[in-house]
Design a protein around this ligand. Structure first.
Ligand code: NAD
Ligand code: GLY
Length: 364
């Protein structure tokens, strides 16, 4: 097992990464009271719920809420289901919520924990690659609104994160690709050496070779922990973690949540960010080819949906948490391994990227 620390003063917490951690009782020392509520969904419950329950039963009052599976259910109705379970089972302010699932369950459980009785503890047990390398770390929690993705939420840090890499064996291939989009992101924004590692090992990673995966998860979490420790509330560098996301969120919202996976939309969005960075003269066309190659090797889409035009994109991109005073701010690449957040780009270059379609990345 490898351990990392997210350094946030008295709210610091560990991330445990390794095989078979689900059964090892790592969570119990992080539970302060006598009650826990495990929040999961109807796909993950039959696979992993009983194993987690076994490590807690006998020590705590263990209640469970099983939500419907899917990004389309990441909304306030499901948060109310969690509150119902907490209230029906008389959970008090010392309760701990445990998120057993991917980013949808993690974000909703964290948000419910942030709100219930003005804030209770929670633990992340992420079960998708995306949630293991990104959403379970850093304390961003929340739900979608029909008019915007993740628009309702709170910063609320977990007590610990337990990453059992074995659970990835049951993950659908598309979900593995979606998670790889976020792994690749860390190389692009922060660590070119890590990008080289991914390029060298992408086949083994996609083949779920456990030593390679553990290393990639460790390095991804290490970058995220470093960034979050510097800028917890996203006043600066944390926004780098949104490379490809402003374009990607527009794709997700236009296509309907759940149609394009979040990570797939981030994949296409990353190509759009690379295309614009190239038009601005910051990265070369061979850098763009390199980015396309690694995304394609991870079986990710590299073009947005054909149905989306410039106006549709812009309307949706204006509903973004990075928008300030009506201007779109984007995370772009100053070079491979270094990102920049800026609204300082000619509008016509953005329009060219938004309308490039299948020519994305081939005209700079
Ligand atoms: P998800 O939670 O929808 O999980 C994907 C699918 O895989 C679901 O059907 C789920 O039931 C299933 N699944 C999960 N683990 C499994 C396993 N081990 N075996 C088999 N099936 C399994 O999607 P996700 O990609 O994990 O998360 C996406 C969400 O994360 C989005 O809502 C996004 O906004 C959010 N997100 C949040 C942050 C953050 O910082 N909080 C960062 C990135 C993404
Ligand atoms: N996934 C972006 C962030 O945590 O800031």
């Amino acid at each position: 097992m490898q351990t990392l620390k997210v350094d946030l003063g008295d709210r610091s917490y560990p991330i445990f990464i390794g095989q078979g951690l689900l059964d090892q009782g790592l969570i119990s020392p992080f539970i302060k009271g006598k009650q826990v509520l495990i929040v999961t969904n109807d796909t993950i419950a039959p696979l992993y719920l009983e194993r987690l329950q076994k490590t807690l039963t006998g020590q705590f009052q263990v209640d469970t809420v099983i939500l419907p599976d899917g990004e389309q259910y990441k909304n306030v109705d499901q948060i109310n289901m969690i509150f119902d379970a907490l209230l029906e089972n008389r959970h008090n302010r010392t309760t701990t919520l445990i998120a057993l699932g991917g980013g949808v369950i993690g974000d909703m459980t964290g948000f419910a924990a942030a709100c219930y009785q003005r804030g209770v503890n929670f633990v992340q047990v992420p079960t998708t690659l995306l949630s293991q390398v990104d959403s379970s770390v850093g304390g961003k929690t929340g739900v979608n609104h029909p008019k915007g993705k993740n628009m309702i939420g709170a910063f609320h840090q977990p007590q610990c994160v337990v990453i059992d890499t074995d659970v990835l064996n049951t993950l659908p291939e598309k979900e593995l690709s979606a998670g790889m989009a976020e792994v690749i992101k860390y190389g692009l924004i922060y660590d070119e050496a890590f990008l080289c590692y991914l390029e060298d090992h992408i086949d083994g990673l996609m083949g779920l070779q456990s030593d390679l995966l553990e290393q990639a998860i460790y390095r991804s979490c290490a970058v995220k922990a470093e960034v979050v420790a510097q800028d917890e509330k996203e006043a600066g560098i944390r926004a780098w973690l949104n490379l490809g996301h402003t374009f990607g969120h527009a794709i997700e919202a236009d296509q309907g949540y759940g149609e394009w996976l979040h990570g797939e939309a981030v994949g296409a969005g990353t190509m759009m960010a690379a295309d614009l960075s190239c038009r601005l003269g910051w990265i070369s066309s061979s850098d763009v080819d390199r980015i396309r190659n690694i995304l394609e090797a991870a079986n990710l889409p590299v073009f947005p949906p054909e149905s989306m035009g410039v106006d549709t994109f812009k309307d949706l991109m204006l509903v973004d948490k990075k928008v300030v005073d009506g201007s779109i701010r984007l995370v772009l690449l100053q070079e491979v391994g270094k990102a920049i957040v800026t609204s300082d780009f000619p509008a016509e270059l953005l329009d060219q990227t938004l309308s490039a379609g299948k020519k994305l990345g081939s005209c700079c």
